[in-house]
Every structure is written in structure tokens, then in C-alpha cells.
Design a protein around this ligand. Structure first.
Ligand code: NAD
Length: 358
């Protein structure tokens, strides 16, 4: 029977799917969608950081199979792959924050570089894996502060340690594709590059929406930096839908879909941090915001856009929400968490259904 969440022709039904980083923001949303499509979902990550995390509030730990583990532990990761024998693997376990990468560059590089190497070693040594997707970021590109969007064949780069680590993660993926996954009967491998992802259940420090919501809940004023920076804002299901579409194409059509793929908003959706704040204020008018005069000293790119032509034309993927809907879906996701009467897992499934109906 066609499921209202199934935009994938039952690709994931009864498949074993292993997700690293399942306890994180994007990983947990991906696991919920996969589970609702009838996949047998297995996660590998560090434990969730706070009780507010999506993984905890949705009780995902008791709904999928989950293994606590460090991505830097190759033996443990490989053993888990060989125990599970997945058909498809998604890699989202990473140190994902720019500011944190300045605080602890060694941990950042170790997790994001050797974590990627370990993921592909585990895939390489587990013959059941037909498709593997590494989730990186728009920040993997050498940022020239161009007015136009970056294309998949633009140079990798990154000045801050996080961006550099993700550029490296892309190069590692490319090296594994070229060195170990060229034959048609080997795993089909690709990367997904997405921008600033927002949505309910993200409580990371130093991200704009979680910072705003935290301050609102504590009746405090949010300090917002870089008010004029343009970012490719996306509701979490947009890139997650992209990663799954990519996995579907790789699964059915093989290596012609290998390599890097951008998932971002449409080119005319150019919105600044200030636009986000104003849009959130429409939903929560009592929000108190202050923009400091001195912007963040640590380097963060001011302008970063993605060209999504390749994914739109070849994957049958496109952004389904405009900017207003993106903010509405996001803030609704947080507001749902405010009431203890809500079953958050069901709320997330309802949002996936609304998203699919767009
Ligand atoms: N959220 C965004 O805006 C955004 C944008 C672009 C790319 N990304 C990328 O998407 C991926 C997921 O990001 P997120 O926003 O869900 O982050 P998150 O912090 O919510 O989740 C990170 C996940 O990785 C796991 N992890 C971290 N270090 C680990 C380690 N040493 N061993 C095992 N697991 C470890 C965590 O336990 C968690 O499950 C990351 O690769 C991130 O770089 C995120």
C-alpha cells in the first residue's frame, strides 16, 4: 500500500539502513522517516547530549536499533557493520559546529577526517552495503564570497577548522570512490552538501534558532551575530529528502550518481540572519533580540550560496518549502515540544506527512 510519506517507491521498505549520528539533529529526523517507510533502522553514535534532543524526546532509542559508539573507534564501528549487514549506510556522525572547531581543532579533525575514513573502511569491509552516503556541508567549498552559487565541481577548501575538515571529508570520499569503489559490483558512494539546516529538536549551542528559542524560554534577550549574513536556510526535511533521493538513485541506477550533490534553497531564496529573526518574530512576537555592534571575531563566511541545478535535474529533488514555510515548520516543531501532552515522535511524523504533501 502506498504510504503518504513514501516519495521513494518503496526503496527503503524492509531494507537494513545504518545511520551514523542517529542521536543528532539531522540523523534522528532521517531515522524517523526511514522507520516510517518500513526500513529496519540501525544507529551508531555518541549518546544524545541533552534531554531536549530530538533523539530523546521522540524516544527513538526504543524505536530503532542503536549502538553507542565513537566514530573514531574503527574496530567497534566495523564490528557493528558486520553484525548488522546493512544494505544502505548514511554517515552523519561528526563534529558539526564552526565555533567548537576553533575551541578544539584536534578533536574536530580527528572526528571529521578519521571518522570519514573509518566509515568507508567499515563500508569497504562489509560486502552487503550497496549504497553509502557521506553528509558534509556547503562549507566544504573554497569560499570566495561569490555572488553566485557553488557548483559540485568547484574547488574544495575551508579556512576555519570545521570547514577545512569537511572539505577534507569530501576529498577522502572521492579517494575511496576512485580507489576502492570503481567496479559496478562494489558499493555506490556519494556525498550530500547542504547549508544551514533548521528544524524542531535541534538544541545545539551557537546555532541561531536554538539560541533564540532558549533565550525565549528563559525570558532573556538573544544576542544575534552577523545580522546581514546570507545563509542557505533549509528546513531539516529538505536535505534529508535529498540524501534519501540520492540513496534511491544510487540503489537503482548505480555509479552514474556517485560524487558530490548540493542540496540548498532555490537561487531566489536569499535570506539573511536578520530576515530569519523577523520571520520568527511574526510567529513569536514577544521575542527579545539584540544585535551586538561588534560581530564575531572568528572567521565565518559572509556569503555562501549553493547551485542546486544538478540535484533538481538529475535526482528529481527540489526544495518543497519557501522561506516563510521553512521558518513556520521550524518554529512549529519547537512549539510542539513546549507541551508535555504532545507525543513528539507523532508530531515529527505529522510534519513529515505535511512536508510530503507540499
Ligand atoms: N545542522 C546543520 O545546519 C548542518 C549543515 C550542514 C551540514 N551538517 C552536517 O550534518 C551532519 C549532522 O549534523 P547535525 O546538525 O545533526 O549535528 P548534531 O550535533 O546534532 O549531531 C551529530 C551526531 O554525530 C554524533 N557524533 C559526534 N561526534 C561523534 C563521535 N566522535 N563518535 C560518534 N558519533 C559522534 C553525535 O553523537 C550526533 O549523533 C554533520 O556531518 C554536520 O557537519 C549540518
Amino acid at each position: 500500500m502506498q504510504n503518504s510519506l513514501d516519495l521513494f517507491n518503496k526503496t527503503f521498505q524492509n531494507k537494513k539502513v545504518l545511520v551514523t549520528g542517529d542521536s543528532g539533529f539531522k540523523g534522528s529526523w532521517l531515522c524517523i522517516w526511514l522507520k516510517e517507510l518500513g526500513a529496519e533502522v540501525y544507529g551508531y553514535s555518541l549518546p544524545a547530549l541533552t534531554k531536549k534532543d530530538n533523539f530523546v524526546t521522540t524516544d527513538l532509542q526504543n524505536k530503532i536499533h542503536h549502538q553507542d559508539g565513537d566514530i573514531r573507534d574503527l574496530d567497534k564501528l566495523s564490528n557493528y557493520f558486520n553484525e548488522v549487514k546493512p544494505d544502505i549506510a548514511f554517515h552523519l556522525a561528526a563534529q558539526p559546529l564552526v565555533i567548537e572547531s576553533y575551541n578544539n581543532p584536534h578533536y574536530n579533525f580527528e572526528t571529521n577526517l578519521m571518522g570519514t575514513v573509518n566509515f568507508f573502511e567499515a563500508v569497504r569491509n562489509c560486502p552487503t552495503v550497496k549504497v553509502a552516503i557521506n553528509v558534509t556541508t556547503d562549507k566544504c567549498y573554497q569560499n570566495n564570497e561569490w555572488l553566485w552559487g557553488y557548483r559540485e565541481n568547484d574547488a574544495m577548501g575551508g579556512d576555519d577548522p570545521y570547514s577545512a575538515s569537511k572539505g577534507c571529508s569530501e576529498l577522502i570520499t572521492n579517494s575511496y570512490i576512485k580507489s576502492f569503489f570503481t567496479k559496478e559490483n562494489t558499493c555506490h558512494v556519494a556525498t550530500g552538501r547542504a547549508g544551514n539546516v533548521i528544524g524542531g529538536g535541534d538544541w545545539a549551542e551557537n546555532r541561531i534558532i536554538p539560541d533564540i528559542i532558549r533565550a525565549f524560554q528563559n525570558n532573556e534577550t538573544s544576542q544575534i551575530r552577523n545580522f546581514n549574513s546570507v545563509r542557505p536556510w533549509q528546513f531539516v526535511l529538505e536535505p534529508v529528502f535529498g540524501y534519501m533521493k540520492l540513496a534511491e538513485q544510487l540503489f537503482h541506477n548505480g555509479k552514474s550518481f556517485s560524487g558530490g550533490w548540493n542540496f540548498g534553497p532555490s537561487s531566489y531564496e536569499n535570506y539573511t540572519v536578520g530576515d530569519v529573526v523577523n520571520e520568527v518574530k511574526k510567529i513569536i512576537p514577544t521575542l527579545k533580540i539584540e544585535s551586538p555592534f561588534v560581530t564575531e571575531k572568528l572567521h565565518e563566511a559572509g556569503l555562501l550560496k549553493l547551485d542546486i541545478t544538478k540535484a533538481v535535474n538529475q535526482l528529481g529533488w527540489k526544495p518543497r518549502l519557501n522561506f516563510e514555510e521553512t521558518i513556520k515548520f521550524t518554529i512549529d516543531g519547537y512549539i510542539e515540544e513546549f507541551s508535555i501532552l504532545n507525543n513528539i515522535y507523532d508530531c515529527r511524523v505529522k510534519q513529515i506527512k505535511s512536508y510530503c504533501n507540499k
